[in-house]
Design a protein around this ligand. Structure first.
Ligand code: C5P
Length: 471
């Protein structure tokens, strides 16, 4: 009956129903059936004056789930098997524990579940095609393989396992698995005869030897009528437990329980509704610090100017435009244990016009009186009450890097300055690498040129040990 109903629905309603079904891991028809059942039950309850308690009426909503995977990145490769429908639930379970989930789907997987459903649950479009221009320019298989903490293959079909065991890369999933240097967890799902086959046994041995971890398969009834045995994919919560075990920190994370506030990116100072003053900051360094602090267990607020880099996982991102908005956002994000001011804040702005300034024929160009913006770093570093215990500023210098940065440290009242040598490598702004000196009361540490992620990891490690020493 449900399929008859959904066929007659108009396209807009059907599209919304499809997303709703995907979010709950149901088919379109199943979702329609549940909505009808609930509506009829509601009507009956209202008529009888009965209100069911929450735990009887449906799924309990009150349980809070511990964010055991906060700021962890999982790349889920969905293979082509009937168990793929359980992978939709797996996405939801991983996300509700705080993980950022990217999805790669094989062509066969798309025969069982749609990219629309996987994307609706993951909160971002799944990746499906090795030769997609858009995907390769946007992320690319190498970045997919590396920008993750763990790769989970669920369901891992006999075919996919064979390909990985032999290093074949005929599609995006294969290329990602060959290119990765991250741990891999497989949740096999296949017919018991395929699982028991000598070829599969050999592949499992090879994969184990390559360091691949396994969860399941379980024994039980197969999707094919009358087939039982070992080959059912592990349940989503079993896979989650295996993910947690693989990603669990061996000791408490160094910034566990600390609040870290970070500014990043440029500011845009409005001139009129369509024009603004900007600078070339990309936000890559500040965002990398936010990601590293979150991965170190901190509760991170990132106040970001307009950037195109993605929000780091597990971070509370507050988006602002102007220096004044940035100061207000920083002040309302306090208190914090540590504040890192990596943003390239515009030193000056203008009094913005409410309407677009028109170019008059033959008229003189408009004149702007620049007004000084608040110095956010200096304002926070000079707070007499509620000042973060560690205030870190950045300084971009082209000459006399260390002398200038030391003077800035004193002037701004911060504890540390990260001095960027912007004369290096044809410019730091927008680039992926950085050469910095860390200036503290104890002296100057010059770090080798490295990726912005490398700088972020070093800085976060220094912050963690400074806080530990202050304790
Ligand atoms: O004075 P200068 O712009 O070189 O100082 C750089 C440092 O000061 C950076 O940490 C930057 O985030 C911060 N800053 C600020 N507010 C401003 C200007 C700079 O927080 N208006």
């Amino acid at each position: 009956m449900a399929s008859l109903i959904t066929r007659k629905l108009d396209e807009a309603v059907k599209a919304r129903l499809r997303v709703r079904a995907a979010q709950r891991g149901h088919s379109l028809e199943e979702e329609a059936r549940r909505i009808l059942t609930e509506a009829v039950a509601d009507e009956a309850d209202t008529a009888s004056g009965v209100t069911l308690p929450e735990d009887v009426a449906g799924e309990s909503t009150g349980t809070s789930i511990a964010p055991t995977l906060k700021a962890r990145r999982v790349l889920l490769v969905i293979g082509g098997g009937i168990a793929a429908y359980k992978s939709l639930d797996l996405i939801r379970r991983l996300k509700e524990r705080g993980a950022a989930v990217r999805v790669v789907m094989t062509e066969a997987a798309q025969q069982f579940v749609t990219p629309l459903a996987a994307g609706a649950l993951a909160g971002q479009r799944p990746f499906t095609d090795l030769f997609s221009h858009a995907d390769e320019f946007d992320i690319g298989h190498i970045r997919l393989a590396r920008e993750t903490d763990l790769i989970v293959i669920a369901p891992a079909t006999a075919d996919l396992m064979a390909k990985v065991a032999h290093g074949l890369a005929p599609d995006l999933a294969g290329a990602v698995l060959l290119a990765t240097d991250k741990p891999v967890l497989m949740a096999p799902a296949m017919n018991p005869h395929m699982w028991a086959h000598a070829a599969t046994r050999r592949n499992i041995e090879t994969l184990r030897g390559d360091g691949v971890a396994f969860v399941g398969p379980n024994s039980g009834e197969m999707a094919e009528r009358g087939e039982t045995g070992r080959g059912r994919m592990a349940e989503p919560l079993e896979i989650v437990a295996a993910v947690e075990a693989l990603l669990a920190p061996l000791r408490p994370l160094p910034l566990q329980g600390r609040r870290v506030l970070i500014t990043s990116g440029p500011t845009h100072e409005p001139i009129d509704p369509v024009r603004y003053i900007a600078n070339r900051s990309s936000g890559k360094q500040g965002h990398a610090i936010a990601a590293a602090a979150a991965a170190a267990g901190a509760e991170v607020t990132l106040v970001s100017g307009p950037v195109t880099v993605a929000d780091p996982p597990g971070v509370n991102v507050v988006k602002v435009e102007s220096a004044r908005e940035m100061l207000a956002a920083v002040q309302s994000a306090l208190p914090a244990d540590v504040a890192v001011f990596a943003a390239a804040v515009a030193d000056w702005g203008v009094e913005p016009q409410q309407q677009k300034i028109k170019k008059e024929k033959g008229g003189a160009p408009p004149q702007f009186a620049l007004r000084e913006n608040p110095d956010i770093l200096s304002t926070i570093a000079h707070m007499t009450r509620g000042r973060p215990r560690l205030v870190v500023g950045f300084a971009a210098e082209t000459n006399d890097v260390i002398a200038n940065a030391k003077a800035k440290l004193a002037r701004k009242g911060c504890d540390w300055i990260v001095a960027n040598d912007v004369s290096h490598e044809g410019g730091v702004m927008g680039g992926d690498r950085n050469t910095v000196h860390l200036i503290t009361a104890a002296g100057v540490d010059s770090w080798p040129t490295q990726s912005k992620q490398g700088v972020a990891a070093h800085l976060v490690a220094r912050i963690a040990s400074a806080l530990e020493a202050k304790r």
